[in-house]
Design a protein around this ligand. Structure first.
Ligand SMILES: Nc1ncnc2c1ncn2[C@@H]1O[C@H](COP(=O)(O)OP(=O)(O)O)[C@@H](O)[C@H]1O
Ligand SMILES: [Mg+2]
Length: 353
């Protein structure tokens, strides 16, 4: 995969002709890509040829403002699903990692078995950033061996502080989890607070727009210039353009991730509390996600007190299912405490599916 904004920019500047780079810059300055995001792609991705039978395991994202209870509700939901019994993997995608406090147990990149059907893992963002930087270094060293004048070390010193690495690391970890744990029935994703989560969801979307544009530009260059090598397969001579092939394979990768975000089986749960601040943040998240065609399936109102009215939230979120989680005055930490809470409040999970 290409990391958006750093090696990507480097890659663009070295793989495209000066004219193409210039026209990319011009398009960017005129807001062309922003227009593309808003106009052409949005609703169409919903209709993207998604083979729903392949969208397994089912993904449940828990998103929302910091402190509303994403980690707690993700843990409760995972324990509930595992008790049914469904094979469930809970993944902490928030670099702050609260699951270890909730389960009172240490977790790491490697999933830990918590019960027969429940595993929990924490994404190690630093591990994924380092892995990416190493692969990018090796790849660029290999590709640009001849560029002795270019100061690669300097480039990588800058790269490691580049914005965007965190969401890119999360995306790599997400892709790896999908690949390794495809035998699960459910993967529950306890997400980071809003800003990082929105960048994570947008990454495949934005990258695809760039890649498709690059592919068009590359095809234009291809027409004008002899940049292709010819290989022989079964006696026939076939032209191949390595850059174009690489672009196509990257597009395939990102489309796959995009399909998981947009699949009907994937459910985005927005956790909020019954207060003004989380109310306005919930609106903001819904709008931002709608821009990239991601639909919120369910609103989880957490920390509700007895007899508290939720009619305002319910009338604002008519298209969403509503799940209500009561405040546990004694707190909600420890596996047994969570299990007792689930038994006493099974109605909270009725709108899960
Ligand atoms: N239903 C609840 N009842 C009581 N305490 C709760 C409940 N939900 C969350 N909490 C507490 O609120 C705090 C924040 O919850 P957490 O799940 O870590 O939020 P987030 O992941 O959204 O930042 C924690 O101390 C947690 O124990
Ligand atoms: Mg949390």
């Amino acid at each position: 995969m290409i990391h958006w904004g750093t090696s990507f920019r480097y890659w663009v500047s070295t793989n495209l002709s000066p004219q193409s780079t210039q026209s990319l810059k011009k398009l960017n300055q005129t807001g062309y890509f922003r227009t593309l995001v808003k106009s052409t792609k949005t609703k169409e991705y919903r209709k993207m040829n998604i083979d729903e039978t392949k969208m397994k395991p089912q993904l449940l994202f828990f998103i929302g403002k910091g402190g509303v209870g994403k980690s707690t509700v993700s843990a409760l939901t995972s324990i509930y699903l595992a008790s049914k019994p469904h094979k469930t993997l809970l993944v902490s995608m928030d670099p702050a990692h609260n699951q270890r406090d909730i389960f009172e147990q240490n977790f790491s990149e490697k999933p830990q078995q918590v019960s027969e059907t429940l595993m929990v893992k924490e994404v190690d963002t630093d591990f994924w950033i380092e892995k990416y930087l190493k692969e990018a270094t090796d790849h660029i060293k290999e590709t640009y061996k001849y560029e002795s004048a270019f100061n690669l070390q300097n480039y990588f010193n800058v790269l490691q502080f580049s914005p965007g690495l965190e969401e890119y690391a999360l995306l790599l970890a997400f892709e790896d989890t999908l690949h390794k744990y495809s035998d699960q029935d459910f993967i529950v994703l306890d997400m980071a607070p809003t800003a990082l989560t929105l960048r994570f969801f947008s990454l495949p979307f934005i990258t695809l727009i760039w890649l498709e544009e690059l592919l068009t530009l590359r095809s234009e260059i291809y027409k004008k210039k002899e940049i292709i090598s010819k290989i022989k397969i079964a006696g026939r001579e076939i032209e191949q353009d390595r850059v174009k092939a690489k672009l196509k394979s990257l597009i395939g990768n990102y489309e796959h991730l995009q399909q998981h975000f947009l699949s009907e089986t994937t459910k985005v749960n927005l956790v909020m509390n019954n207060d003004k601040l989380s109310f306005s943040e919930a609106f903001r998240i819904r709008k931002k996600l709608a821009d990239i065609s991601i639909v919120i399936d369910r609103i989880v109102i957490n920390k509700l007190k007895a007899d508290e009215s939720t009619t305002e939230i319910e009338s604002e979120f008519k298209d969403q299912k509503i799940g209500k989680f009561r405040l546990a005055p004694e707190g909600l930490t420890g596996y047994d405490v969570l299990k007792d809470y689930i038994e006493a409040h099974t109605e909270a999970f009725h709108t899960l599916k």
